[in-house]
Design a protein around this ligand. Structure first.
Ligand code: SAM
Ligand code: SF4
Length: 331
């Protein structure tokens, strides 16, 4: 069984936001006061998440990513990982995390069946990290990355959102991280999601800037296959290094034609595209596997050929404030 949309794209990947809550307040993701949190009863239960995973796996979903909000702050996350890992057909289980709690959880999540992690890190400067996240301590994330490497939660990828005036002077330092360690640094373009339109307009930088900086520094980026298989990044390495450099351009060179993912939001709605307002709740059909599978197919049938950031060019006519924030949808 395969989930193929009307544009011929095969979908085998489900990203699940397990919570909208977070222990950080990154400037590009949330306001200073955080988000208006959902109550516990609004958040989809683990039991229901498993039902969606089982229904999806029978339709051809084989890859799951847990995200949020911060997935490691939801109580019982290790048990959820164990349950998803044992669903027939799921062959790749990963997590996107800010890494703060990785030193504490890396061992138990690995044992429970998590294959790998992506850790978000936008600066290597402790003060700047505190400013970007509004409260985080850089050393905790660095320790988390070391824990992930030591426990073989690999390939360990770093997600680095490029922001003009904030971290563009650190591009070469991030690239150099890949020389000594098997880290896969992925630069990501700032997206106009949530109610941060002004901030977005002030700080967006296309990723061609990364290529220019590497060239100026005399670093030859050589194209290589993506670590861990398919994905939206263009992947490069510096000959002789242990890691890779990825470029994810959702705005300047979007990758919608190869999109293979569906999303389950923290409150239990299915979305076929991150930057599209349409979504459908799973709760009304959660106890009827056939109906749930029809819902998944229905959501896929409505998937746009490309997201509105691309369709409209930058923010275009879309009101970013009307889009569900990243922490609710799951980045
Ligand atoms: N809390 C976890 C973390 O930060 O890794 C998982 C959730 S977070 C929403 C997932 C990813 O979305 C992070 O890598 C973050 O940098 C990215 N993200 C959030 N808002 C973004 C924006 N406006 N533009 C680009 N990436 C964004
Ligand atoms: Fe939290 Fe991740 Fe959003 Fe930062 S990007 S505020 S860590 S959910």
């Amino acid at each position: 069984m395969a989930l193929i949309d009307v544009h011929g794209r095969k979908h085998d990947y489900l990203r699940i936001s397990v919570t909208d809550r977070c222990n950080l307040r990154c400037v590009y993701c949330m306001g200073e006061e955080g988000i208006e949190q959902m109550s516990h009863s609004e958040i989809l239960s683990y039991e229901d998440i498993i039902k969606v995973v089982e229904a999806g796996a029978e339709l051809g979903i084989s890859k799951i990513r847990l995200t949020g909000g911060e997935p490691l702050i939801r109580r019982g996350i290790v048990d959820l990982i164990g349950k998803i890992a044992s669903v027939k057909g799921i062959t790749d289980l990963s997590m996107t995390t800010n890494g703060i709690l990785l030193p504490r959880y890396a061992e138990s999540i690995k044992k429970a069946g998590l294959d790998r992690v992506n850790v978000s890190l936008d600066t290597l400067n402790p003060d700047q990290y505190h400013r970007i996240t509004r409260c985080g301590e850089l050393q905790q994330v660095l320790d988390g990355i070391e824990a992930a490497l030591a426990l073989d939660l690999q390939p360990v990828k770093l997600n680095t959102v490029l922001m003009k005036g904030i971290n563009e002077h650190e591009i070469i330092d991030f690239i150099k991280l890949t020389l000594e360690k098997p880290l896969h640094v992925r630069f990501i373009e700032y997206m106009p999601i949530g109610d941060h339109d002004r901030d977005y307009r002030d700080h967006y930088l296309p990723l061609s800037f990364v290529e220019e900086q590497a060239e100026q520094a005399g670093l030859a980026l050589t194209a290589v296959p993506l670590p861990g298989g398919a994905g939206p990044a263009e992947s490069y390495t510096i000959p002789g290094s242990k890691g890779t450099i990825g470029l994810i351009h959702p705005i300047s060179k979007h990758f919608c034609d190869t999109c293979n993912r569906l999303r389950l939001t923290a409150e239990g709605t299915l979305k076929a595209c991150l930057y599209w307002q349409d979504e459908k709740p799973v709760r009304p059909v959660i106890n009827d596997k056939k109906a749930l599978q029809e819902l998944i197919k229905d959501v896929l049938a409505g998937k746009p050929v490309e997201h509105q950031m691309a369709a409209d060019g930058m923010c275009g006519s879309v009101d970013p404030g009307k889009m569900r924030g990243m922490s609710k949808t799951g980045g």
